[in-house]
Ligand binder design. Structure first.
Ligand code: URA
Length: 241
């Protein structure tokens, strides 16, 4: 069954704990064809209870080095565009289709997408965003399930069911493409300007709290991750606020 707009299935702290568990699972068991090439997995980062998610393609060299998505030039543009609409990374969760860097930044292969995409769908299901922005062709085609490219569908919100959740899917150009071409940068900026309105619209459609399942309080930013089994904490847990 798909959850309706804005209905949180479980308290934020439970979903965050499961996101941490998913990160541990992925770090330990991910039988990725790219394992030999990567430095570390790049799980994603940001607010585990975000209403807005961005989904890129795959980590690049800088992301592979630092273990965090969009920390290179494309990421700086993403930060700037967020700032222009009065938001920041802390308001979002940013992830990629692939969690490992393809060698030489080549395009993801179908078998790599097949291996990695169940983790992405589980991330979406746990974060329970209202709006999911796909950045560029790979994430857009994966999440729409259609072959239509980003040039045709960018800036057109679509209501979709993802990970058992009804969301507004909003395909936009990849910031790396916007860095290469001024015209694409302007289109991306225009598409970005609609994000606050889409969030507002989605919130207004959300089921009022009285009618929704019980909500947990938001997590304080500096809250320590849930206690584990006593094993040393993996290094990326501070990525989830
Ligand atoms: N490009 C992506 O698609 N993802 C990143 O994390 C960085 C660059």
């Amino acid at each position: 069954m798909a959850y309706g707009w804005g209905v949180r299935s479980r308290p934020a702290e439970d979903r965050r704990a499961e996101l941490v568990a998913l990160y541990r699972e992925l770090s330990g068991e991910h039988a990725c064809p790219l394992m030999a090439h990567r430095t570390q997995i790049v799980f994603g980062s940001g607010n585990a209870d975000a209403q807005l998610m961005f989904i890129g393609e795959a980590p690049g060299a800088e992301e592979d080095r630092r273990g965090k998505p969009f920390v290179g030039r494309a990421g700086k543009l993403l930060d700037r565009l967020l700032e222009e609409i009065g938001m920041s990374r802390e308001d979002t969760f940013i992830a990629n289709v692939l969690k490992c860097r393809p060698p030489g930044n080549r395009d993801p292969l179908p078998e790599e997408i097949e291996e990695c995409s169940p983790y992405l769908f589980r991330q979406v299901a746990l974060i329970e965003p209202l709006v999911v922005c796909t950045l560029g062709n790979f994430s857009t085609k994966l999440l729409t399930g259609e072959p239509t490219g980003i040039t045709k569908v960018h800036g057109r919100p679509q209501t979709r069911e993802l990970g058992g959740l009804t969301v507004q899917l909003y395909p936009i150009f990849h910031p790396a493409a916007a860095l290469r071409t001024d015209a694409v940068r302007e289109l991306l900026r225009e598409d970005f300007a609609r994000i606050p309105g889409l969030l507002e619209e989605a919130r207004s459609r959300a089921v009022p709290p009285a009618a929704a399942p019980e909500l947990g309080p938001g997590l304080p930013k500096d809250e320590a991750p849930p206690a584990g089994s006593g094993a040393p904490e993996p290094p990326q847990l501070d990525l989830f606020e």
